[in-house]
Write a protein that binds this ligand. Structure first.
Ligand code: ZN
Ligand code: ZN
Length: 328
């Protein structure tokens, strides 16, 4: 049986394994992975989140090399793929509404019951795949999943051109949200702790502000992408009465939290996770360039070093390149 290299999580350890090349199940395609992205979720999984064992990773771009019982037209296409695999049972209300990402019986690529993207090959149902236009580079396409998480906000909150929006947090997620939101609003303030990161957030119509310089400004919509426990409290102080606070990070916290301002100011608190790929891919296709947010790309064999860099505070996006990948 042919073997391939894969970066796996086994008992909270990162290991470089040799595993069998997967065969696509009925309805699935097999994808030769070019690039995979390291996400904070992968770092959390290595600390025990989701109790996952297997091949890590949910961000990828690759080329379909085989299908099983699906449209053979996919073979040879460069693709990205939605990470939630719904059950698609005839009576599943979530899958039937096109909301496989909320299906209670879903698998999630590299996170729950499905081997992920940090391997030479992965398998995914063809219904999850989106074809990447030729003029979108691999380096941009590999970031479509976290970028889609930014576009999800635009689907959840209706922004008027005059809506005063702020993003709190200048890490990779905050900066990708910045790229998504600047397509939907013209009054954006990006607040963070690092001048050099805020320089990446700057752009026409975008104000950048160091957290220390934040006084009593208030915003209609504030997105908490800090990944820190204090982000929520800061956000709540700076959202206008009747405004919306969008929570983008899943930091677990302990201890009491004062929710009084939420009630008194009638604030809408909105949870926001991952989004549909299509709007993000469309924006990339129209020329959105997210490659300035890439820190470094490592060969798969140097995964340990890559993960070390990815977990360094302040690092931008770290990528893994598979052996034989055409990506440059
Ligand atoms: Zn991710
Ligand atoms: Zn379902």
């Amino acid at each position: 049986m042919p073997k391939m290299k894969a970066v796996q999580c086994v008992e909270k350890q990162l290991i470089l394994s040799k595993v069998a090349v997967p065969d696509p199940a009925p309805g699935e395609a097999r994808v030769h992975v070019h690039l995979a992205g390291i996400c904070n979720t992968d770092l959390e999984i290595l600390k025990g989140y989701a109790g996952f064992t297997g091949t890590l990773g949910h961000e990828f771009v690759g080329t379909v090399d085989k299908v099983n019982g699906a449209d053979p037209g996919w073979v040879g296409q460069r693709v990205v793929g939605e990470i939630n695999i719904g059950c698609h049972a005839p009576d599943c209300t979530w899958c039937n509404k096109g909301l496989a990402r909320h299906c209670p019986n879903r698998q999630v690529l590299g996170i729950h019951s499905k081997d992920g993207t940090m391997a030479e090959y992965l398998t995914l149902p063809t219904r999850n795949l989106l074809s990447v236009p030729d003029h979108v580079s691999d380096n941009n396409a590999v970031l479509v999943e976290p970028l889609a998480a930014g576009f999800e906000i635009l689907e959840q909150v209706h922004l008027q051109p005059t809506t005063n929006v702020a993003i709190l947090g200048d890490g990779k997620l905050g900066l990708l949200i910045n790229r998504a939101l600047r397509t939907g609003t013209s009054t954006l303030t990006h607040i963070g702790k690092h001048r050099e990161k805020l320089d990446l957030a700057a752009g026409s119509g975008i104000q950048t502000l160091l957290l220390d310089d934040l006084k009593d400004e208030q915003f209609d919509v504030i997105v908490d992408a800090t990944g820190s426990v204090t982000g929520f409290e800061t956000a709540i102080r700076h959202v206008k009465p009747r405004g919306t606070l969008v929570l983008k990070t899943t930091v677990s916290r302990s201890g009491p939290m004062d929710m009084t301002p939420v009630v008194v100011n009638e604030i809408t608190v909105l949870g926001s996770r991952c989004g549909r790929f299509e709007p993000a891919l469309r924006a990339l296709s129209k020329g959105l360039d997210v490659t300035p947010l890439i820190e470094k790309c490592f060969p798969l064999e140097q995964a340990e070093e890559a993960f070390k860099l990815a977990s360094t505070p302040g690092s931008l996006k770290v990528l893994l390149k598979m052996p034989g990948s055409p990506a440059d």
